[in-house]
Design a protein around this ligand. Structure first.
Ligand code: SAH
Ligand code: SF4
Ligand code: F3S
Length: 484
């Protein structure tokens, strides 16, 4: 139970230990010394802010960074007007990079007002050499840069930067390490993401993730279960198991385990009421998993199953290793086994060489499957991936026109699916006070749809029966259907 370590008991006159995570706790104690010094000098605790730009896995990493800062005594700031700001970046599409560079300008202004401010950049974008070179050359006000593989060393790097006037950088190409038991600060008290694996070995030809996240590594099932048991004891009722391709979980462990087998074990943990997971790759979706979903009382009736394209020809060039027929077959199997399952997806429009016929194949799948919702993306060229150098890049105006058509189709299907639940009474996990109207709570159905309903803050974190009185397209207005 390292995360319960009292930093005051660590003797800083000794050399830092070599083993992990003890070494990181030693450096947390070092950071704490700095924090207390800051407090003595300025009469207040220093503040910190972690900003996340990426996917759920990055969000979970951000909770670890925040956990470490909190453990060392930093106060949490609501905005980037703080003494220690970290941007945990994403680079999956070009606009993710642009967002970070845009916001760095604002940070520079803030640093002019607060010259002692520490600015740190980490995450997927920092695994790209040209990005780091650009920052080193033109963004000299950045104090610390590290990547995805050495995130567990944040305390050590922070201790170094707090003690230095020059930029600290540490980037690793890859790692085979998984360091357990670092502190975490959860965003929600009652639900949590749980990383079950990291990296990706699929090398879809458009995708940068395998290059910036490294090879696929699964955590030991016992470590995962231990973490979830602890979360349950701490009041968590919903877990989301996270990985770029959870369906291939456990294949490379010394004692291989299937994802379905892991889910069966998670199901047994008392206190956990809802289990979600993402992302599932269609090529590895097994009958065993479908069976576990059908039998489970806790696994949410929702599957995010990225399609990417409906054209078998494009899927082959994307290196997705399934075709249109196999995808449709999977959908049929899933719906037969779990009739009320909500299906959501990701689709890329304008992949190199995509013709009108290819795009029509995607539209055909969308019309046939009628997804509950879909994230649609314009193809974004990522340097270093095979697709970036393919001939026939689709002209932007054609891609945009197709994107518009797809979006309309997707939204129409989504609205129709949502309308089917109107009037029903279903369990809703109350998650937060409604951002616009303080008399309402906002929560989620098992299928992940959002519901707003009248309620009070003490109801947050529990599951309530709510009648979905009105469907508003993508969300519902509801009324509580049980005595409080
Ligand atoms: N591991 C997940 C996806 C992670 S990235 C999976 O395989 O399903 C999330 C989504 O971003 C992908 O599903 C894909 O639709 C989209 N994406 C990835 N690379 C992209 C690119 N170069 N251009 C546009 N969209 C991309
Ligand atoms: Fe990217 Fe494909 Fe891996 Fe998903 S499975 S992260 S799309 S390479
Ligand atoms: Fe982005 Fe990295 Fe996730 S590139 S999508 S934050 S794994």
């Amino acid at each position: 139970m390292y995360d319960k370590t009292d930093l005051n008991t660590i003797d800083l006159s000794l050399e830092p230990p070599l083993e992990e995570p003890a070494r990181q706790y030693y450096f947390m104690a070092k950071c704490r010394e700095w924090v207390l010094g800051f407090e003595r000098k300025s009469g207040r605790r220093p503040t910190s802010k972690v900003v996340n730009f990426g996917c759920q896995m990055n969000a979970r990493d951000s909770e670890k960074l925040a956990g470490i800062l909190e453990k060392t005594g930093f106060m949490r700031a609501d905005t980037e007007e703080a003494d220690f700001v970290i941007y945990n970046t994403c680079t999956v599409r070009e606009n993710a990079d642009n967002k970070v560079f845009g916001r760095l300008g604002t940070l520079q202004q803030l640093k002019k007002k607060n010259p002692h401010m520490v600015i740190a950049l980490c995450g997927c974008m920092m695994q790209e050499k040209p990005v780091v070179e650009k920052i080193k050359a033109s963004y000299r006000f950045v104090d610390l840069i590290f990547g995805t593989h050495n995130l567990y060393r944040f305390a050590e790097l922070a201790a170094r930067v707090l003690d230095s006037d020059t930029m600290v950088t540490e980037m690793w190409e890859d790692t085979d390490r998984i360091v357990e038991e670092l502190p975490v600060r959860r965003k929600y008290a009652f639900k949590s993401g749980v990383n079950i694996m990291s990296g990706c070995d699929n090398f879809c030809s458009y995708c940068i993730v395998p290059y910036v996240r490294g090879r696929e590594r699964s955590r030991e099932p016992e470590e995962i279960l231990k973490e979830i048991r602890r979360l349950a004891a701490d009041g968590v009722i919903e877990v989301m198991l996270l990985g770029q391709n959870v369906n291939s979980y456990g294949k490379n462990l010394k004692e291989p385990v299937t994802f379905a087998a892991l889910l069966r074990e998670v199901e047994k943990i008392e206190g956990i009421q809802r289990i979600r997971f993402m992302t599932s790759h269609p090529k590895d979706l097994s009958d065993e998993l479908i069976g576990v979903m059908a039998d489970s009382r806790k696994i949410c009736r929702h599957l995010h199953l990225p399609l990417q394209s409906g054209s078998s020809r494009i899927l082959k060039i994307m290196n997705r290793r399934y075709d249109k027929e196999r995808y449709l077959e999977l959908v049929e199997k899933l719906r037969n086994a779990v009739p009320d399952i909500a299906l959501t997806t990701d689709i890329i429009v304008g992949f190199p060489g995509e013709t009108e016929e290819d795009f029509e194949e995607t539209m055909d799948v969308v019309r046939r499957v009628r997804f509950d919702s879909a994230f649609t993306f314009l193809y974004s060229k990522r340097t270093g991936t095979p697709a970036a150098v393919m001939d026939d890049q689709v002209p932007p105006d054609i891609a945009k026109e197709r994107f518009g058509r797809l979006l309309r189709e997707v939204q129409q299907a989504g609205a129709e699916k949502a309308a089917m639940l109107q009037g029903k009474t279903l369990p809703v996990l109350a998650e937060q006070i409604n951002e616009r109207d303080g008399r309402l709570l906002t929560g989620r159905l098992d299928n992940n749809s959002v519901v707003h309903f009248p309620g009070t803050p003490d109801m947050i974190g529990k599951i309530w029966n709510v009648q979905l009185s009105e469907c508003k397209g993508f969300y519902y207005l509801g009324t509580l259907n049980e005595p409080v």
